[in-house]
Design a protein around this ligand. Structure first.
Ligand code: WT7
Length: 656
């Protein structure tokens, strides 16, 4: 664990003085109201009870809201509901069965429209198919699928039965899939022959088969056929174990009742990487999680009946779980689901979808926004994006420059932006503006949401004054919090609840400015220490990205005999900019001018790419290894391992 990212005279780089008060029309119609904050802080538990009664459909009302035996929480414990009924049946029962749930677009250009009636029919049949494969309440089901509507159907079918799903991102290799299946002892695997990405069909079933060689708990496999008819290629199926979805599911009985489930029924496991090689199965349960996803999707995305909402994440990450499946479907929203990558067939793919389907709300990651900035403004400018009314960001701190570009180029200088901080472990958004209520500052996630108690503390756990930085902690339980790590309660206590007794801490640093706004500083492990000044990577990176020639940047601390650590930066230039030595000097000076001489990188390199995790986060640990000329540590979470060699070649770092 690093030291607290305190600031020593270096202000977090911010677009000086810029702030965006809510516009009058958003404010007038917003789902969220300013008085939510006061109501919630007066009695957070009562606030969540009220939201739970208002937003969810219960089969048996709860009488107890919270039981809290630190760090183990139970929310609404004596209540019962069915999550799939909340996401599907209740909308059909209310007469909205013909409403579109998903406008789905395959990467090759094929399309499907899935209504809530369709979802109800398919979820029931799929749940019956799972039953036929031996799945019962309390079992675990692994899901390893591309972005097709059936992935949501599969998740809801599990929820309907009270079986927990464990979705494994389709980009993971066989050993990662096997580890996750085995840790959860999943009984059934739901997968596909493959999917379309970057213009090609990628095979999934052979990877699943490889994983299943070492996953003896799986006795049945359901395989969705995605390969387009008439295209080459075959899929091997193992008789007795494997079943094609299109042969097995349609013939199942049409009805599968949504039985009431206990509020604390395990809904899913989602694995995240930890400091050791063994991934952690984060546990989320039913009612509290669903409340967190439903409430935040309603308040933060301001969802209205006519919206066309698009969360561009993959369902393999928690963002897809909470903001493609559970939150939006619980709110009865109409969504876009797109299978492929933003650059196929060209870099305007997303913008043509926004134009065609008149998308009103878009939620994506800073890494995507910076990639779009780098490709040039002509791609969004070639499309009518005037349907958009709200934009969201998640996954990493968003540099002020990227925030401003997002608002101007995509949001037409009109749309509010919600920078949403949360984690796999928190289940739903915890720090974010409320559109129509909060005045935003580019680069700040602003304030904890109503009902959420956060703090920024120093090494001793004492709250730091406004204007300083420290560790971000959560000081009270919240309904969608993780309930533990699957099979390892000790690791749960140790990982999240031991650093600051009584508080949750999961590794992020933050600063509160004089107005109390939260500025996320990234993982505290990423903080650099230069001549006894702590400087967070995001500050220097934001100063670099602020320069008109820079598309993306990552900086790390490299050990230095003089200063302890020296800042080394890796810079990707925008299209068409020449990588000259003079520009390197200019960039160093630019950082010095913006955030102070102490933060001036000692060394900068131009690189064509940065190493990223499969979910798009920059892997600074690998850049540190490269800068230090060390052997690389664990690279299993790296999306594209060839990038490391490309960067080594570009920097010559190894021979320094
Ligand atoms: C970590 C959690 C949350 C869903 C996707 C990632 C970083 C996330 C922000 C934000 C600054 C952010 C944090 C956090 N992070 N959102 N808006 N501003 N940092 O889920 O993979 O569990 O990662 O992502 O470091 O701890 P995850």
């Amino acid at each position: 664990m690093g030291d607290a990212p305190e600031q020593h005279g270096i202000e977090t780089f911010q677009a000086e003085g810029l702030s965006f008060p809510p516009d009058a029309s958003t404010a007038a119609a917003a789902n969220a109201r300013a008085d939510l904050y006061e109501r919630a802080s007066a009695d957070p538990v009562a606030f969540w009870a009220e939201q739970a009664r208002e937003l969810l459909t219960w089969r048996r009302p709860f009488t107890k809201t919270l039981e809290w035996e630190l760090p183990f929480a139970k929310w609404f414990d004596d209540g019962e509901l069915n999550v799939s009924e909340n996401c599907v049946d209740r909308h059909v029962a209310a007469g909205r069965g013909d409403k579109v749930a998903f406008h789905w677009i395959g990467e090759p250009g094929d399309r499907r429209t899935v209504t809530y009636n369709d979802l109800l029919r398919e979820v029931q049949k799929t749940a019956n198919a799972l039953k036929a494969l031996g799945v019962a309440k309390g079992d675990r089901v692994a899901i390893y699928m591309p972005m097709v509507p059936e992935v949501a159907i599969a998740m809801l079918a599990c929820a309907r039965l009270g079986a927990a799903h464990s979705v494994v991102f389709s980009g993971f290799p066989a050993n990662a899939l096997a580890d996750r299946i085995n840790d959860a002892t999943a009984k059934v695997l739901i997968t596909a022959d493959g999917g379309y990405r970057k213009g090609n069909f990628f095979e999934l079933k052979p990877i699943a088969d490889e994983a299943l060689k070492s996953s003896p708990s799986v006795t049945g496999v359901l395989v969705y056929q995605r390969r387009q008819p008439g295209t080459a290629g075959t899929t091997a199926m193992q008789a007795g174990r494997d079943h094609w979805w299109h042969e097995f599911v349609p013939g199942q009985p049409a009805e599968c009742p949504a039985d009431p489930m206990p509020a604390e029924q395990l809904l899913y496991l989602l694995y995240t990487s930890g400091t050791t090689a063994k991934p952690k199965g984060i546990m989320h349960t039913s009612a509290g999680y669903l409340l967190g996803a439903t409430f935040t999707h309603r308040a933060v995305f301001d969802i209205k009946p006519d919206d066309v909402y698009w969360c561009a994440a993959d369902v393999g990450w928690v963002t897809g779980h909470s903001y493609i499946v559970y939150g939006p479907l619980s709110n009865g929203a109409t969504q876009v689901m797109y299978e492929g990558t933003p650059d196929t067939p060209a870099w305007d793919r997303w913008w043509s979808i926004v134009e065609e389907l008149k998308v009103t709300i878009l939620y994506c990651a800073p890494t995507a926004i910076r990639a779009f900035m780098r490709q040039g403004d002509e791609h969004p400018q070639g499309h009518d994006l005037s349907s958009l009314r709200l934009l969201g960001s998640v996954g990493e701190p968003i540099n002020p420059e990227a925030w401003l570009w997002y608002r101007e180029m995509i949001g037409g200088n009109r749309t509010p932006i919600v920078d949403t901080w949360w984690q796999t472990e928190t289940g739903s958004i915890l720090i974010s503006p409320l559109p129509g209520v909060t005045t935003t500052k580019p680069g700040s996630a602003t304030f904890p949401l109503p009902g959420v108690s956060a703090d920024v503390v120093d090494d001793s756990g004492a709250s730091v004054p406004l204007g300083s930085g420290g560790y971000l902690t959560l000081t009270k339980p919240w309904p969608s919090m993780l309930r533990g790590i699957w099979g390892d309660p000790e690791r749960y206590k140790e990982t999240y609840w031991s650093r600051f007794p009584g508080s949750y801490f999961a590794g992020d640093g933050a600063r509160r400015d004089a107005d109390g706004y939260y500025w996320l500083l990234g993982r505290v492990d990423d903080v650099m220490n230069v001549s006894a000044h702590r400087i967070s990577t995001i500050e220097v990176e934001s100063a670099l990205v602020d320069h008109h020639s820079v598309a993306e940047a990552a900086v790390v601390g490299k050990s230095d005999p003089l200063t302890g650590q020296a800042i080394v930066g890796f810079v990707i230039l925008k299209k068409g900019i020449d990588p000259t030595p003079a520009l390197l000097e200019e960039l160093r000076a630019h950082v010095g001018k913006n955030i102070g001489a102490i933060a001036k990188p000692k060394h900068l390199e131009f690189v064509p790419e940065l190493p990223k995790t499969r979910s798009g986060k920059i892997m600074r640990r690998l850049l540190r290894d490269i800068a230090e000329g060390r052997n690389l540590g664990d690279v299993t979470t790296l999306a594209d391992s060839s990038i490391v060699e490309v960067i080594r070649a570009a920097t010559g770092a190894a021979d320094e």
